[in-house]
Design a protein around this ligand. Structure first.
Ligand code: ARG
Length: 478
């Protein structure tokens, strides 16, 4: 494609420090500086370059199949793009006139191979080009996040393995509820991350649809073999509609949602850990390398990594909201509003990749205080067990609940624990209470009774650990 540069623009084919533009023939005056500044996206999209180069190499091959390029031209473009990649890898930086990464690569390709470079942009537009490179980037990003999530899951599993015999209170409404195995609590943070990995895999599948060949909006006028093109770029399928393909950013929304949900899960884990690490709880001691001190209070050890993870959730909720707001009410096809999709996506992915290893590291070096946890389990937490004792004797759960409730009140009034009530007081609460009732106020026995699948019983937890282990040894998208 030959372009006539607008007045003031250097001729194409330059490179180095010369100006280079992919459009301009129909303009008499050159763009206003304020437009250039606001329209420029290279600071954001520069990182798409490896994908844009690969997609352009594949496009050159497709143009050859369509009879647009000779084998020689296609080869020259392919090699030239390889050299451009080397130059960028070697530190080549954008110049003033590089509106976006596609312009920069086009400029450098002209500098490398001259004329045949002008034929590469036949039948394609930056609209299908940027959608293609963004999808490739998103797939790689989802895989990178998945592997960090898996790292964090392994840390959780390691802790779970060491905590199978530890007993701790489980909380509802942040009030002591029932005793559980500490491994069971740890694994309660594993499964949400597993669902996040499934969401990441599904976002990856959504991204794996090739837009290239859609042109600006109506589809390429050249008979490029799109199926082959998609296969060569490792896409699972090709897009079905060119108008949809250039304006579809659902795959970014899917990935941002997966990240947002994952960040919410991280923030809940972080909150549990921060609470448990406070002196009031004392269930966990943080290590040295993922905590910070205070410039004023010498005694402080602050769980900054976890707090940053909690804060990250706020930003990822902002990211998905921001993208959906961009898409809402947008006319079909490509609109420049879409240029901001990458700013939002890159920021969210970068943050996720910073936060995940920090949470994994902080968790790995945390030491759970098994004795403190167990001491926090009081006999009142086994009130349900005492009611279950009566149920075992044929009493209805409602009557049992009332009788035990009565005992709880008695203990509260006597300022003692449930198991400190005199035996006679217990038996007086219901005729079916026998001398063995107090044995049901034992935490380990309570845990032992919960061998239902998914429960906190020791064998159920071992089964759970085995299932979890099997999941982190394979990737959900493979
Ligand atoms: N830099 C643009 C983006 O990121 C590339 C597509 C531009 N298309 C256009 N017709 N101006 O969205």
């Amino acid at each position: 494609m030959k372009r006539s540069p607008p007045p003031g623009d250097a001729a194409p084919g330059g490179g180095g420090g010369e100006s280079h533009k992919l459009w301009g023939g129909r303009f008499k005056a050159s763009s206003a500086a304020a437009l250039v500044a606001v329209n420029r996206s290279i600071e954001v999209d520069f990182r798409l370059w490896p994908f844009d180069i690969r997609a352009s190499q594949a496009w050159a091959a497709a143009l050859q199949s369509a009879g647009v390029l000779t084998a020689e031209e296609s080869r020259a473009i392919h090699t030239g793009l390889g050299k451009v990649a080397e130059r960028i890898k070697g530190g080549e930086l954008p110049i003033e006139s590089d509106e976006d990464v596609h312009t920069m690569i086009d400029r450098l390709l002209h500098a490398e191979i001259g004329d045949p470079a002008s034929r590469l942009h036949t039948g394609r537009s930056r609209n299908d080009q940027v959608a293609t490179a963004s999808r490739m980037w998103a797939m790689a990003a989802a895989a990178a996040i998945d592997s960090e999530v898996r790292e964090l899951q392994s840390v959780m599993l390691e802790h779970a393995n060491g905590l199978t015999d530890a007993v701790m209170p489980a909380y509802t409404h942040l009030q002591r509820a029932q005793p559980v195995s500490a491994a069971h609590w740890m694994l309660s943070h594993f499964w949400p991350l597993q669902r996040d990995r499934e969401r990441l895999a599904s976002a990856m599948r959504a991204a794996s649809s090739l837009p290239l060949g859609s042109g600006a909006i109506a589809g390429s006028a050249y008979r490029v073999p799109r199926d082959q093109l998609g296969e060569s770029l490792a896409f699972a399928k090709i897009s079905e509609n060119s108008i949809d393909a250039v304006g579809d950013r659902d795959f970014i929304a899917d990935l941002l949602y997966a990240i947002a949900m994952m960040s919410v899960h991280l923030s809940r884990l972080a909150e549990d850990m921060i609470l448990f690490g406070s002196s009031e709880f004392g269930f966990v001691r943080f290590g040295d390398t993922f905590t910070t001190g205070s410039s004023m209070m010498p005694q402080k050890r602050n769980p900054d990594a976890l707090e940053i993870a909690r804060g990250f959730a706020a930003r990822s909720l902002g990211a998905i909201t921001s993208l959906l707001a961009t898409l809402k009410g947008l006319p079909s096809g490509y609109n420049k509003d879409l240029q901001d999709d990458k700013r939002i996506l890159f920021e969210a992915v970068d943050s996720a990749l910073l936060v995940l290893p920090a949470v994994a590291g902080g968790l790995a070096e945390s030491a759970f205080q098994i004795d403190v946890m167990e001491r926090a389990v009081s006999s009142g937490m086994m009130a349900t067990d005492l009611a279950d004792y009566l149920v075992g004797k044929g009493v209805s759960f409602r009557d049992a609940h009332a009788a035990v409730g009565n005992l709880v009140r008695a203990a509260e009034e006597a300022s003692c624990e449930l198991d400190e009530l005199p035996a006679a007081r217990i038996t007086s609460a219901h005729s079916m209470f026998g001398a063995d009732a107090r044995e049901w106020l034992n935490a380990r026995a309570s845990i032992g009774r919960r061998e239902v699948a998914g429960g906190t019983g020791p064998n159920a937890v071992i089964t759970q650990i085995e299932a979890a282990l099997a999941l982190i040894t394979r990737t959900p998208y493979s």
